[in-house]
Design a protein around this ligand. Structure first.
Ligand code: CP
Length: 299
């Protein structure tokens, strides 16, 4: 891989290769890098805990040189653009940058530039894509079931604003899973019907193998009417009562951060069927696999 920008750009073989490699890292495999020294920088222009820190842990586990970057104390504050920031990183000899940015498709001008040599790893672009989250989610599902074909996956909640939902619906559908959607109709788009079908949550809860709950993205709802927490939880959340109706083998997922007692009941976050903590742990191993593939694939 030269870059990781979207899940659509990955072949099925690359996806399965990354899942396999991440699982090997989880079992203690050592990394194989083409050069003894690589420099990487994590540039987060939107807030993050999991993606930022799990990339950092992954980088340190791989023995990479991690260059500190804090947008709030950088020349971004003097008006420097994203393009000029990455041009600078490239000129300094940074091999790969992980970027999270609020602009959808921010990466196009970076990868089209002849002057920028570093690999771009998309850590989330607005409501666009979140490929590393999707890959760690798929790793978690694969660890549980060992296959994707025919698996029933519900993606529930704030779908229009969710980059996690978009990456997951695209890749899950391509790998043969049956994707269903639920949640407020105002946060759903008919365009998603290409990937799956919308059903009321109470019709889905007993049928699916994976309940993937999404965070209500308050920061992207400027000017919109909000549900009260309780009203949202009762109408669209995974309540204790709904969770009791799930199949015994079904699992609960959430990319986190979780709004407890909104998307799912507080007690369910660390419950037996929940794989939310496992998702976070798998994030480190999947990001090790991504970094290794990108750095070794760098032109
Ligand atoms: N799941 C996820 O992307 O979390 P962060 O926003 O904390 O990185």
């Amino acid at each position: 891989l030269k870059h990781l920008l979207t899940v659509e750009a990955l072949t099925d073989e690359e996806v399965m290769g990354l899942i396999k490699r991440a699982s090997q890292f989880k079992k203690g495999a050592r990394c194989i890098l083409n050069k003894p020294q690589y420099f990487v920088a994590n540039l987060f222009f939107e807030n993050s805990t999991r993606t930022h820190k799990s990339f950092e842990v992954a980088e340190k586990k791989l023995g990479l040189e991690v260059i500190e970057f804090d947008a709030s104390t950088s020349s971004v504050q003097k008006g420097e653009t994203l393009y000029d920031t990455i041009l600078t990183m490239s000129a300094l000899g940074v091999d790969a940058v992980v970027i999270r940015h609020s602009d959808e498709n921010y990466y196009h001008e970076l990868v089209e530039s002849k002057s920028i040599q570093c690999s771009i790893i998309n850590g989330g672009d607005g409501s666009g894509q979140h490929p590393s989250q999707c890959l760690l989610d798929l790793m978690t599902i694969y660890e549980e079931f060992g296959y994707f074909e025919g698996l029933k996956v519900a993606i529930v909640g704030d779908i229009t604003h969710s980059r996690v939902a978009k990456s997951n619906m695209q890749l899950l559908k391509r790998l043969g899973a049956q994707v269903y959607f639920s949640g407020p109709k105002e946060w759903y788009d008919e365009a998603f019907e290409v990937y799956g079908h919308y059903l009321p949550l109470d019709e889905l809860v007993e049928e699916v193998d994976v309940m993937m709950m999404l965070r209500v993205q308050h920061e992207r709802h400027v000017g919109e009417n909000h549900f009260s927490k309780e009203a949202y939880h009762q109408a669209y959340g995974l309540t204790i009562e709904r969770a009791k109706r799930m199949k015994k083998s079904a699992i609960i997922m959430h990319p986190a951060p979780v709004n407890r007692d909104v998307e799912l009941a507080d007690q369910l976050v660390e419950s037996l069927p929940s794989r939310i903590v496992q998702q976070m742990t798998n994030g480190v191993y999947m990001r090790m696999a991504i970094l290794e593939a990108v750095l070794n694939g760098k032109a």
